[in-house]
Each structure stands twice: as C-alpha cells, then as structure tokens.
Write a protein that binds this ligand. Sequence first.
Ligand SMILES: CC(=O)N[C@H]1[C@@H](OP(=O)(O)OP(=O)(O)OC[C@H]2O[C@@H](n3ccc(=O)[nH]c3=O)[C@H](O)[C@@H]2O)O[C@H](CO)[C@@H](O)[C@@H]1O
Length: 376
Amino acid sequence: MHRKKRVFVVTGGGTGGHIYPALAIARGLQERFPGSTIHYVGGKRGLENTIVPREGFPLTTVHCRGLERSLRLCNLAAIGDTVRGLGQSYRLLRRLGADVVIGTGGFVAFPVVMAATLAGIPALIHEQNAFPGMTNRLLAPRAAAVMLTFPEAEKRLKAKKTVLTGLPIRPEILSATREEGRRYFGLPEGSQVLLALGGSRGAKRLNEAMVYLARRWAGEPRRQVIHVTGEVNYEETVAQLKAAGISLDKCGNIKVMPYLDRMDYGLAACDLCIGRAGAAFISEVTARGLPSILVPYPHAAENHQEANARSLEAIGAAQVIMDRELDGQRLHDAVQELLEQPDRIAKMANAAKGAGRPEALTMILDEISRVVMSRK
Ligand SMILES: CC(=O)N[C@H]1[C@@H](OP(=O)(O)OP(=O)(O)OC[C@H]2O[C@@H](n3ccc(=O)[nH]c3=O)[C@H](O)[C@@H]2O)O[C@H](CO)[C@@H](O)[C@@H]1O
C-alpha cells in the first residue's frame, strides 16, 4: 500500500476489448493507491461513454479518429481530429497534474499517451493481442514500458522495455470450482463437457457447425454440450436444431443459451472449449488451464485473432480451425478425436496452464508502481 496520493490517467476506448482491461487496471490502482485520483480519458463516440460512468470513474472525452489504411481525403480530417485531441489531452494532463498515464489501445489512447510523453509524464501501454494494434505500434517507442498479453507481440513493436504480464481477468473465473460449475448446469457425474461460444456476440458459422455436432451427440448422457449462441443468433440456432430433429427437452445433454452470464461456471465445468480467439477469452481459458479448439474471427483488425490463436497452437495448448475451413463434420471429428485421447487433452491442458497468467493484474500494478516510484 502507498501513502502518497497520486494522479493516474487511464485511457483506452472504442470497444470493450480496450475498455475492460483499462477498467480492471483502474480498479487495481484504486486498491493499491488508496486516496489517489484515477481519471479516465475516452473518445467522444466510443463505448467508454456508457461503460466508464457506470463503473464510477470520472471521464473526460477528447477528439480522436482512426486513420484509414489507404491514402484518402478523410485522413486529413483524422489528422485534424488527432491534433485537436492532442492539444486537449495536453491541457487536461497538465490541469490534473497527472503522475503517470496508462493506455490500453484504441484510437483515443494515441493523443492521450502522446501528449503525456510530450509533457514529460511517463506513460505505460498494455497490448491485448499477439498482433499489436496500430495505436500501440505507434506509441510503443515512447512508452516507459509496454505490457504484453502474448510474447509474440514483442517482435512486432519497437519498445524500450516490454513486460509479459498477461491480461487481467475477472477474479471469479479463477475461483470457481469444477463442482460448482457442474452443479450450476446440472451435469451428470463422469460426463465429458464441451463449452462452445463465439465471442461476446456469437458466431453464426460456429453455431451451424455446433448444430451438426448436436445431431451426432443428442441423447448421449456421457457427452454434454453447453452452447452459447450469441443474442442475435439464438432463435435461428434453436430453429436449426428443431429442423435437425433435436428436441432439447428430450435429449437432455445439449444446453443452448443466447448468453452466459456465469462464464466462470461454464469454464469451470468443461473439459474442452471451442471459441473465437479474442484476447479476453484466451486469457480466461489459459488461466484455467483448459484445452481449446479456436476458430479465429477472420475480420478482426489485421487478423489479430489468428495471431492470438497461433500463439496457443505453437505451444500445443490449442487446435486451430480457420473459419473458412469450419463445418460440422470437421468440428465434430476434431472434438471427437481429442476427447478420445485423454493423454493429448491433458498435455494441451498443461500447456494452456503454462501460458496462463492469473497474476496479470498484480504484475501490471507492479510495473506501474515502479514507474510512479521513480518519480519524485
Ligand atoms: C471481434 C473482435 O475484434 N474482438 C476483439 C475484442 O474482443 P472482446 O472484447 O469481445 O473479448 P473476447 O472475445 O476476447 O472475450 C469475450 C468476453 O466476453 C465474455 N463472455 C462471452 C460470451 C458470453 O456468453 N459470456 C461472457 O461472459 C468472455 O468470458 C470474455 O471475457 O477485443 C480483444 C482485445 O483487443 C480482441 O482480442 C478481440 O479479437
């Protein structure tokens, strides 16, 4: 615990992928530096405008905009917005008396972190993916330290210092027990449990492949499925299951839901999981030491989900199926093959555990503390 009151500025925005890690860090700072000020800086339009106030942190927004990857007129507008955001950020950081700035990526992190370094305020950045986003690639050379989720990101950044910290995950994901998970879903003793989900919004192709798998497994109590479809695709998936002649009430071993609030129990209960390759999901899976089949979302920025998935594949923790190659038969065969080889599953689980970083938040806070303490 530290006595001196500090001013921390946290920034990162646009999507949940940047905002949730920033909030986890903000909460961690609150605990480690009681009485300190933690100020969030977001963009004018990002999701942070709804999420951050709900979490109780003061939020100031600045101008920012992403550059198109090709030369276009709208890039001029983006440059204009960024320069404006840079000025706003500079004045804000000075007014707040910021001791340190922490950026987690997204367009808004660019003007804020850049302004910090221009004002002589140390800045740290956190990169969630194996293929770093454009903002963090641009900022890395100016940051006091770049904290990474995946070791592969290092070679794609020009950083003065990198630290492999991992991505902070919700504490309950680590603490849930297998028994609690199995009880929550009413799963029979000794059954093999498969958890399938396509990121926070679901994945249509994965859902279709899962319908095929359900057809092969329906009524087999030793094989249990928890299938999270995503809100948008739920009705359609249920209709496809019905059309395939599967009665969810009668078969008893296939559970289908639009969203799983208790992801802690889902992960705790399962023996194998199938999912996209978002950084948060992968961090949860590895922190729990779970073997996985990953189907990277093919339209993620700069195909970063494939880079995430390949990172796990390279250490033997996951099997990767590309979205374009995914179909029911392929998925069913891959799952079946794995479940029939307990040794292989155990090896994958071990490799996943080795890559897991349950202490991510502590490491991140340690790194921030080091930088703060080096300031008078
Ligand atoms: C489509 C896309 O570009 N996604 C990106 C986004 O991911 P995003 O922020 O969507 O995060 P992930 O896909 O990694 O994880 C989804 C999160 O939602 C939770 N969950 C999901 C479904 C559910 O029913 N219940 C539930 O609680 C999961 O436990 C996990 O915590 O930012 C990440 C960090 O930059 C990137 O790695 C991802 O590629």
